[in-house]
Design a protein around this ligand. Sequence first.
Ligand code: T4K
Length: 403
Amino acid sequence: MSVEKERNLAIFGAVPAFKEKLHVGKPNIGDRRRLMKCLNDILDRRWLTNDGLYVKDFENKIADFIEAKHCLAVCNGTTGLEIAIRALGLSGEVILPSMTFIATAHALKWQNITPVFCDIDPKTWNIDPQRVEKMITPQTTGIIGVHLFGRPCDVDALAEIAHKHKLKLLHDAAHAFGCSIKGRMIGNFGDAEVFSFHATKFINSFEGGMIVTNNDDLAAKIKLMRNFGFSGYDEVTSIGINGKMNEFSAAMGLTSFESLNDFIETNRRNYHQYRKELENLPGVSLIQYDESERCNFQYIVLEIDEKLTGISRDQLFKVLWAENVMARRYFYPGCHRMEPYRSLFPNAGSHLPVTERIANRLLSLPTWTSMDEQKISKVCDIIKYCVAHTSKLKSKLSHKKWK
Ligand code: T4K
């Protein structure tokens, strides 16, 4: 480990290491010319939304890629989760991890379903199946597994529990597009899975998502529900919502998808550089991906063990922000500590010791095509410097301004 000899940090009044802010979710842009051509074509044809050509093409390409039967594009991942939850007939209580983006919990609560937060595995940070079973009550109708940061949750164990207790199983696959489990692409597990193609995902359609299922009846229901329940021009056969993806989004999704291999290669390269530069740094461990599987390397997540670094995750976070490295504390403080769940379940934390600990330790760093070798090196230098100069930093950070 090489530690820069002297570095005057922005928290000590120096100019920040980066002039421009480095964002964690700065979007990847595919072939811009091709995108513009598609956008012009959409305008020329004057078909902007409602099951247009580009949406169909996007759905077909994703279905071929992940080898799934039904891929149904939606306007965003959250609406996708809401539609899937309703189409699966979930009600009462549904078990999910608290260590996720708030959308997973809101998609339930929005429909008056009680989210029951379950603790996670300390290594994978995904829902712990052993704990799931203990949380099942007569009101439980389903489980939502989240493939956090693209690392698959234990789909087999969850499927077994769901089968045993006659529960539905949905996966929030917002982070896991392009990843596989034992060679099978994510999208094919549980009763359904939902991807997000939000701008802050490595493959994006501005806003967007995709519900994937291999169940024909469920797919038919979802198709109706995302279009107000219309089964024909003058016929509505179920409750529905406007969950449609528009043509511009699909064009962006398609061009983004065409660059999939390049994006993944960039992510992989960045990930390995971070790994090399930060390895052996006491108390700092980088997320581990199973590279024998397909993997999108979408998130660079550090776990900070303050006992070994001498500096907490939050202190490091402050130093990085001052340097214009806009690291994120995904997914702090855990859904159970956000409203309305904090008020509804004030004691939830006592059942979620691993979530509480991990939520205070994780830090996501910038990656993707907006980063290059020099930038990553500089970010790593700041981190190494912080770990090597904790007492100097801590005394500065104890001042009111930095608290
Ligand atoms: N389930 C899970 C597990 C999820 O993570 C998400 C979404 C969902 C479900 C729901 O899917 P969607 O309904 O969103 O399709 C961002 C995203 O908005 C959200 O999509 C994503 N997860 C979540 C992890 O990240 P915020 O609140 O962190 O967004 P924001 O505005 O702070 O942006 C993140 C960073 O990206 C910032 O540093 C700024 C930068 N950024 C952002 C945008 C939009 C850019 O540089 N350019 C941009 O265009 O939620």
